[in-house]
Structures are given as structure tokens and as C-alpha cells.
Design a protein around this ligand. Structure first.
Ligand SMILES: N[C@@H](CCC[C@H](N)C(=O)O)C(=O)O
Length: 276
């Protein structure tokens, strides 16, 4: 079978986007792993499947699969690419779009300068909702790893995140600590591991070792998780400019149940067809 796709990127987090609105597309986990493979396939951090929905007042459904083929709840950079995709492909003429994801409905708006703003909903800090095993809720948890104990904040942005403060993001042991945090037994559904360096109260450097994909050049939900964790810890204030290895994301949050707003780029790179 030949499958048409669009290759996209948002701040260097890259995606293979499949249009399943005209005809249903079913991919096995092995096929998704093959498409995501940078040597034998197209190469991407996540595969996004754009589908129709029957839910009232919602425009589309979009499904997110990590490079390991596992389906996940949320993807911030993917959400921006999704909106750019449905507009450029003529699947809608709206600029304000509501999309259903596995973790609920989110709203997106495409701006005239090509940047996309996503209402990511309110962050969740209750351990059971992340999910994270903890006796009680806190802004910082000690997490024993193989050779050291690190301190992390735990938050759900629809998907689970652990964020730790580091002195220098460029020299942080993301490749060594990231996989240990990702698979830590206190995160029963595994977790995305963020490494955040505070530059000033409105600016951070961030690297994220993503669950199911490894380190990516940027993680949108990771940027939201880092910004809100920093605000909870009292070291950041809204708005927060997040410098990732692939670009800049801007996060605002007014606290409590207010939604986290994320703004950043989303671009089409090329179109293609892959033999499966
Ligand atoms: N790159 C994404 C997050 C994708 C999903 C994540 N790896 C997970 O497993 O939760 C983003 O931009 O948010």
C-alpha cells in the first residue's frame, strides 16, 4: 500500500501528518515505527492522524502516535501543525478551530503572521491525574534514580511531565537521566522529562526527553509544563519565553484553573508518498 503524507515541523519537533478525513487510515504499531524511522522510513518524532468527528461544535479529531508507535493523549507542537495542515489543505476555512484529542477538546487559532496559538487547557497537579504515585500533592518531589536523587515537579498538560531545574541545559545529562525519569516506576504511564534552566523570571532554556520518542528539538506540552512548574515554584512569571533547541515558544498562564496558552510556529516541509 502507498500512503500519502505531509512532513511538518513546529520549532524543530517534526511530524508526519496523515489526512484520514477523506478515507479511513489504519496503521499498525510496526507501520508507525517504520514511517517514523529516520533511516528506513520518512523520519519523525510523532505521527499525526487527522480525522472527522461526530462531536457537536468540534471541527476535527486528531490522534497522536509517538515514534515508538504508542498512541498518546496530547501534543502541543503537533496541535499547531494540525491547524496549519487543515487550513492549507482546504479542509476548513475557519481560523479558530476546535479539535478533539484523546485528552479532551482544545481550541486553536491561526494568526496572520503564520504563528499559531493553542489553548492547552488548565494544567493538572493532582498526582492521580498525572498519573504519578505520591502520598500527597507538592510542587517538588524527590525522585531516586540509579546514581542520584533528583527533584522534579510533576504536571499533566493532558499528557504527563516531570520537570527538573538544571544550572546549564547545554551540559545537562539529558541522555542519561531522561530515560531513567521516563520509565520511573512512580509514573505508571511513563513520563516526558523536561530539563529547565531559568534565565530570568520571563525566560528559560528547555530540553525535553520525550516519552516514546527520545530527546526532540522542542516539546510544546513540555514548554507549558516547564513554564507552569516554574510559576508554581515562584521562579517564573507569565509570559514565559521558552528557548528550545529548535525555536522559541511563548507560554502564558494566569494561574489556577486558567488555561495555558502556547504560541509558536508551524510549517509544512514537504509532501510525499511512502510504500508500506
Ligand atoms: N512533542 C509533543 C509531545 C508528544 C507526546 C509525548 N511524547 C508523550 O508521550 O506524551 C509536544 O509538542 O507536546
Amino acid at each position: 500500500m502507498k500512503l500519502r503524507f505531509t512532513k511538518m515541523q513546529g520549532a524543530g519537533n517534526d511530524f508526519v501528518v496523515i489526512d484520514a478525513t477523506r478515507a479511513p487510515v489504519h496503521l499498525t504499531q510496526a507501520q508507525i515505527q517504520h514511517i517514523a524511522n529516520r533511516y528506513f522510513g520518512v523520519g519523525c518524532d510523532q505521527l499525526l492522524m487527522v480525522e472527522n468527528t461526530d462531536t457537536p461544535n468540534v471541527d476535527f479529531r486528531y490522534r497522536i502516535f509517538n515514534a515508538d508507535g504508542g498512541e498518546v493523549e496530547q501534543c502541543g507542537n503537533g496541535a499547531r501543525c494540525f491547524v496549519r495542515f487543515v487550513v492549507e489543505k482546504g479542509l476548513t476555512n475557519k481560523r479558530e478551530i476546535k479539535v478533539e484529542t484523546a485528552s479532551g477538546v482544545i481550541s486553536l487559532s491561526l494568526q496572520d503572521d503564520g504563528q499559531v496559538t493553542v489553548n492547552m487547557g488548565a494544567p493538572r497537579f493532582v498526582p492521580a491525574q498525572i498519573p504519578f504515585e505520591a502520598a500527597e500533592q507538592s510542587t517538588a518531589y524527590a525522585l531516586p534514580l540509579q546514581k542520584e536523587t533528583v527533584t522534579v515537579s510533576a504536571v499533566s498538560m493532558g499528557n504527563p511531565h516531570a520537570v527538573m531545574l538544571v544550572d546549564n541545559v547545554h551540559t545537562a545529562d539529558v541522555g542519561g537521566l531522561g530515560p531513567q525519569i521516563e520509565s520511573h516506576p512512580r509514573f505508571p504511564q511513563r513520563v516526558n522529562a523536561g530539563f529547565m534552566q531559568i534565565l530570568n523570571t520571563h525566560e528559560i532554556n528547555l530540553r525535553v526527553y520525550e516519552r516514546g520518542s527520545g530527546e526532540t528539538l522542542a516539546c510544546g506540552t513540555g514548554a507549558c509544563a516547564a513554564a507552569v512548574s516554574g510559576m508554581q515554584l515562584g521562579v517564573l512569571q507569565t509570559p514565559v519565553k521558552v528557548h528550545t533547541r529548535g525555536g522559541i515558544l511563548t507560554i502564558t498562564w494566569q494561574g489556577d484553573q486558567a488555561p495555558v496558552m502556547m504560541t509558536g510556529p508551524a510549517d509544512i516541509v514537504f509532501e510525499g508518498e511512502i510504500q508500506l
